[in-house]
Design a protein around this ligand. Structure first.
Ligand code: GDP
Ligand code: MG
Length: 687
């Protein structure tokens, strides 16, 4: 481990001052020389800052863990990971910077090259042979330095399609190479204002959306790549990073092409017109077909000997300095965010697990379907018994509609009021007019002062006909209320059984319709009965009738002298013109009083019988009919049989699969993090 650590340091942290003397050494020689330096000799001064020396042992496993989480796409679960994001205007040199850090060749050139987010996982490893992999489309493709450009282009074509289109689906490139920094960064498509041929009109918005998605999270570190040849405040990428990181505390600027535009560079980075919190690093990337090693040597030479560039502080120039800074920033960012990530993953996991539990259980056998069906029926019956029969509403404490007993009494009271307040129930209306009309038409050869019962029945029939719509309306109101209640209860119990919903709905509606018809039949029979016979054994009738008839003499006295009189039990009545049929007046008065006394009996009988009928109907519905109808619907030839109950609703199936996937993923993440936390704990204990 120790030698590996030193070797990493050897390539990355050699001091530019010393390397100038070794500029003509080939890379292999360089390495050999550096390895020799492990024993303390040679011109190269190898400095491994403390953070770098402990870096591989301490941070690398954590970085690996974070990378694993990234590979599992934990960000799709809403858990943000610390990410170094490289942004910059088109051709500012983003890919070149990454290339310099990785020591490989990436596709570059004029026009748009980076068309998908490229996640670069750089890993230092001990073997002198580099290993490169591309991960995309659920595949891992091995490649090498010579072919990496082509491989990336090919993968980009698979992800984003041919041509110049872009996509937000990332591509991962793993580079394991001796001497490179352990860093994970994302290279994003460059910002273009004007679409080139073959690009969609909204290319700017598309790219902006991708960039924003990556740089928005607080956990992201933004590397803003700026070309020394441009005026920094005019850079689009500066505007974008400033929009999400106002103070610049998570933005680092990398100034490329220092070689092309050395004039005023020192002043530009010192002035810091664009508020870069994490500072500037000026670099010179590979130019043309230069080798990676030659480029580093040329860079070192440039900043050492160029009359202007050599004046820039050495702590902010060169790729090795950038690598070192990035590793420090990355380590800090991960350390800062790790506990939070663990917490977020745990929270998300328990949330998903509890959501998963609320999903209906998938049924796999007839026995299971059967027992679920029976259970649903049992639950529905119990709920309905509670609210409709027993008046307990603990299941619906705040839903007044479901407090059925009280609501039913109200419906019944309304019915009684409607009956009492209709014109037919007004005892003073058209006082004695109908009575005289009927008496006149019933003249016959007989003793005076007798009237036949037929007259009373005729008046009664006319009155009952007049109110017959009130009981029918009542039946309508009553059943539409019961329907609402029954369907609410029914649907709430079958909501987890997609296939049962249809049958239950049909059963509920069918049954209510049948029961309503039955009530209609009953109510019209009650109306018919009232029309056919005038009978009561209720003593109230006799008492009331006698009380009213006691006022007959007074009436006969007043009828010729007054226009109106107050009759107790009726109120103020208009007195008819007595001259018309004076001899019929006593009989007419008798008829009216009998009717007034009897009409009260008729109305209460309507309400009483409807109340009892209602109770019986609801009883039958809850205890017997509903279950029978549900079973009948379920077993009907065209119904959804019990087997079908096992079919899950597509909606639930999708949700189940999604939650299942997400739970597994989060569990895996949790394990990865648990391991790393254990390790961190043991390491610090061992120290
Ligand atoms: P990207 O579009 O931001 O990824 O930019 P590229 O990395 O593809 O670079 C665009 C062009 O600038 C390429 O031709 C590079 O060779 C060139 N370039 C990048 N960095 C430097 C540098 O430091 N010096 C010089 N001279 N050219 C550079
Ligand atoms: Mg690029």
């Amino acid at each position: 481990m120790k030698s590996k650590r030193k070797r990493t340091a050897a390539v990355l942290y050699n001091k530019p001052t010393s390397i100038t003397t070794a500029s003509d050494l080939s890379h292999q020689e360089n390495l050999a020389k550096k390895e020799g330096d492990d024993h303390g000799s040679g011109e190269l001064v190898l400095v491994a800052p403390p953070i770098a020396s402990s870096y591989n042992d301490r941070i690398r496993p954590v970085l690996d863990a974070v990378d694993k989480l990234r590979n599992l796409a934990v960000m799709e679960e809403g858990v943000q990971l610390p990410t170094i994001v490289v942004v910059g205007d088109q051709s500012s040199g983003k890919s070149s910077v990454i290339e310099s850090l990785a020591g490989i060749n990436l596709p570059r050139g004029q026009g748009i090259c980076t068309r998908v987010p490229l996640i670069m996982r750089l890993q230092n490893h001990s073997s002198p042979l580099p290993e490169l992999f591309l991960e995309y489309d659920k595949k891992v493709v091995r490649t090498d330095e010579e072919h990496v450009s082509q491989a990336i282009n090919k993968a980009t074509q698979v992800i984003a399609g041919p041509g110049k289109k872009i996509s937000k689906t990332p591509l991962t490139l793993v580079v394991k190479k001796k001497g490179i920094p352990d860093l994970t960064m994302v290279d994003l498509p460059g910002i273009t204002r004007v679409p080139v041929h073959g690009q969609p009109e909204n290319i700017y918005d598309q790219i902006k959306d991708i960039i924003m998605e990556y740089i928005k999270p607080e956990e992201s570190i933004i590397i803003n790549v700026l070309s020394a040849t441009v005026d920094f405040p005019t850079c689009e990428s500066i505007r974008m990073s400033q929009s999400v990181d106002k103070t610049g505390e998570r933005t680092l600027a990398v100034v490329t092409k220092s070689d092309k535009s050395p004039e005023g560079l020192k002043e530009k980075v010192t002035a810091d017109d664009v508020h870069i919190g994490l500072g500037y690093v000026c670099v010179r990337n590979r130019v043309g077909n230069e080798s990676y090693e030659d480029a580093r040597v040329a860079e070192a030479k440039l900043f050492e000997s160029h009359p202007l560039l050599s004046k820039i502080d050495k702590s902010i120039v060169g790729i090795p300095v950038l690598a070192q800074k990035l590793m420090e920033i990355q380590a800090r960012s991960i350390a800062r965010n790790l506990t939070d990530i663990v917490k977020k993953i745990n929270d998300k996991l328990s949330h998903n697990i509890s959501e998963f539990k609320t999903l209906p259980k998938a049924m796999s056998s007839m026995a299971e379907s059967m027992s679920s069906f029976m259970r649903v029926i049992g639950q529905v019956k119990e709920s309905l018994r509670k609210i409709l029969l027993r008046g307990e509403f603990d299941e619906y404490p705040n839903d007044k509609k479901m407090h059925c007993k009280a609501r039913l009494v109200e419906i019944l009271n309304d019915f009684f009021c409607d009956l009492k307040e209709c014109p037919q129930s007004n005892p003073t209306r058209d006082f004695l007019m109908d009575e005289i009309k009927y008496l006149e038409e019933a003249k016959e050869i007989s003793l005076p002062n007798f009237f036949s019962r037929t007259i009373f029945l005729s008046i009664l029939q006319e009155k009952v006909n007049g109110i017959s719509s009130i009981p029918t309306d009542f039946v309508e109101t009553l059943w539409s209320y019961i329907e609402e209640v029954v369907m609410t209860v029914l649907m709430s119990h079958v909501q987890n059984y997609y296939q049962l919903q249809l049958s239950a709905k049909r059963a509920g509606l069918n049954l209510i319709e049948k029961m309503k018809e039955n009530s209609m039949k009953w109510v019209s029979e009650v109306v018919e009965m009232e029309k056919l016979t005038d009978y009561t054994c209720n003593p109230e009738f006799e008492i009331e009738y006698k009380k009213l008839m006691a006022q007959k003499d007074a009436f006969m006295r007043n009828v010729y002298s007054c226009n109106s009189m107050n009759i107790e039990g009726l109120g103020l009545v208009d007195l008819v013109n007595p001259s018309k049929s004076p001899h019929l007046l006593p009989q007419a008065f008798d008829l009216r009083m009998k009717m007034v006394a009897y009409w009260n009996i008729v109305l209460t009988r309507f309400v009483d019988s409807m109340a009892l009928h209602l109770q019986l109907s609801v009883h039958k519905l809850v205890n017997d009919h509903l279950e029978r109808e549900l079973v009948a619907q379920m077993m009907a030839p065209d119904g959804n049989g019990l087997e079908k109950m096992m079919d899950e609703s597509p909606l639930v199936a999708t949700k189940r699969a999604k939650l299942d996937g997400s739970i597994n993923k989060l569990k895996e993440c949790k394990e990865i993090l648990a391991k790393i936390m254990d390790r961190t704990a043991t390491t610090s204990c061992g120290e």
